[in-house]
Design a protein around this ligand. Sequence first.
Ligand SMILES: [Zn+2]
Length: 102
Amino acid sequence: MKKKHLAERICIACRAVRPKRELVRLVRTTSGEVMVDETGKRNGRGAYLCRNRACWEHALKHGMIGRTLRKPLTPEEKAALTAYAATLPWFDPRGDQQKEEV
Ligand SMILES: [Zn+2]
């Protein structure tokens, strides 16, 4: 049983469960575009990633965003998400466990 009623979501890259506001929401809008949803309120299928560039790089490299949103990313969408990821800090989500080649 949980004490708090914070909405929690799972990062699709590192599978960490975090309060929703600590994650960045990606959305496939009703018109089929994939974008970063800063407000977290857009309609459409959503996916969450940590505010950690490592998670974004991992998700982009392995096509996890398109798979979760059930729509392959266009090159433009992928470029936009890569640019967004570049603004985030990088840290190793798995501590001293095996590291991802970047
Ligand atoms: Zn993560």
